[in-house]
Design a protein around this ligand. Structure first.
Ligand code: GDP
Ligand code: GDP
Length: 435
């Protein structure tokens, strides 16, 4: 389970700059997810080997002063609800404002671990100016220059050091965890209720958070699995503008905790940007994915309606299209058991471990047959491959000249792995390394 660090503060204090800085560092090293629309509010980072999730709450463009106050307090509340730790960012150029005071008041009342960070401290001159923030009645603040990165080390040292250390005891260790995600009103509750009749509801506290999550154990349909639902997931959005940003943020934790994410789409609305965001979250976290097109009962059907709908989704989700797409009605219960079967298949695919001998026996002839294209007269020779012991499938291919293996060949390799071994619904990582 990942700890979540949220960055809050007024617009223009430098939240996105810090956010991007934290992410870039890591993405340059490990995140090879290509072809996905990046969700600019959410990402993974790590410090001294400790991984965490970063949320930039400044996801909203705000125009008028009124909306502004309301939006900011919503963002801060979201951070308080969802995060393990909060970075409260202030801007030394503008000094302390009333809004800063209000945000600080909310954070103080919440008792969340909060790090007060004075940004845009680019030189000694601003160091001195930053002392103005002692007016908040605090003992300590951090000074930062998000633009250059100076000061981030000290801040991250402390944040990471303060992460809760208590080991989370999973009451359902070893069982498949599934989350039903999707926009408000797509039918998540209806599906959950259709699957559920007097099952065991267990409320647990997912590590590093204070809000409850509900886990429901299912032992039927010939499968045993756990439905994960953090408290916010099914909460109704009160305001329309919540749709785009907040409900995605609320699903972050459930998705991270699950093995398989069921993304529900409303057949009457089609695949929209928010579905893409949820998809991106699941993919980035290397979770199994099943897409359920719900409310199929409402759709006027012709011969190719299903196929066209499926193609339209696949055209939008990028390169990773080896994903089951089912057409269901949670209301009439049409194909919902099929959906459970498929989710469990995806779970199995994700857990699949290919023996090294088998992997080499199958893949080396493939490479022999279709080697990477030679570059500047140099030939890449792939000698050996292994699957890493990671929760989701990751493969390392050892070769003489890994730098010459380009994106198209990596994709070819991934497709071959899918074709030969069956990883439908599961993001795969393929690495080429020197040997
Ligand atoms: P956000 O609205 O809080 O996300 O703020 P942004 O990250 O978009 O930053 C607002 C502006 O402040 C941009 O023009 C940044 O380049 C600038 N900025 C951010 N961090 C620093 C910093 O440490 N020093 C200086 N001088 N400018 C910064
Ligand atoms: P949630 O916000 O994602 O949990 O969505 P709900 O489960 O509350 O469903 C929102 C609305 O859509 C309710 O009025 C449901 O009755 C309706 N609904 C859900 N699934 C279906 C379906 O398969 N077909 C039809 N026609 N309506 C549905």
């Amino acid at each position: 389970m990942s700890n979540i660090v949220a960055i809050v503060g007024r617009p223009n204090v430098g939240k996105s700059t810090l956010f991007n800085r934290l992410l870039e560092r890591r993405e340059a090293i490990v995140d090879s997810t290509a072809g996905v629309t990046r969700d600019r509010h959410y990402g993974k980072s790590d410090w001294n080997g400790v991984e965490f999730t970063v949320i930039d709450t400044g996801g909203y463009e705000v125009n008028t002063e009124d909306v502004f106050q309301e939006e900011i307090s919503k963002q801060v509340q979201l951070a308080i609800d969802e995060a393990t730790s909060i970075i409260f960012m202030l801007n030394v150029e503008e000094g302390l404002t009333d809004t800063d005071q209000e945000i600080f008041e909310m954070l103080r009342r919440s008792n969340k671990p909060t790090y007060i960070v004075v940004n845009k401290v680019d030189s000694a001159k601003e160091e001195l100016a930053a002392t103005e923030f002692y007016q908040l009645g605090i003992d300590k603040y951090y000074t930062l220059s998000s633009a250059t990165g100076s000061g981030t080390g000290e801040l991250l040292d402390d944040i990471v050091k303060d992460f809760p250390t208590t080991e989370y005891k999973d009451p359902f260790e070893g069982l498949p965890k599934i989350t039903i995600a999707g926009r408000p009103n797509v039918g998540k509750s209806t599906l959950t209720n259709a699957l559920l009749d007097a099952e065991r509801n267990i409320v647990t506290d997912i590590a590093g958070t204070t809000r409850d999550s509900i886990q429901t154990l299912y032992n039927k349909f010939g499968h045993e699995f756990v439905l994960v639902d953090t408290a916010g997931m099914r909460r109704k959005a009160k305001v329309k503008e919540d749709l785009e940003f907040y409900s995605v943020m609320r699903s972050v934790r459930s998705i991270e905790y699950s093995d398989v994410v069921i993304i529900m789409v409303d057949a009457t609305l089609g695949w929209e940007s928010q579905d893409m965001n949820i998809f991106g979250l699941a993919q980035k976290n290397r979770k199994g994915i099943v897409i359920l097109v719900n409310k199929w009962d409402l759709v006027e059907k012709e011969t190719n309606t299903m196929r066209d709908f499926e193609n339209a989704i696949k055209a939008k989700i990028g390169q990773f299209t080896d994903i089951p797409i089912l057409f269901i009605s949670a209301l009439t219960k049409q194909r919902i058991l099929k959906a459970v079967d498929v989710a469990m298949e995806v779970y199995q695919n994700r857990a699949k471990k290919i023996k090294t001998s088998k992997l080499n026996e199958v893949m080396l002839p493939v490479f022999e047959q279709t080697p990477p294209p030679a570059i500047k007269g140099k030939y890449v020779k792939i000698k050996y491959c292994v699957q890493l012991p990671t929760p989701s499938p990751q493969f390392v291919f050892f070769c003489n000249l890994p730098q010459y293996v380009k994106e198209p060949y990596k994709r070819f390799t991934e497709n071959q792995l899918r074709k030969q071994f069956g990883f439908t619904g599961v993001p795969i990582e393929v690495y080429f390394r020197q040997k």
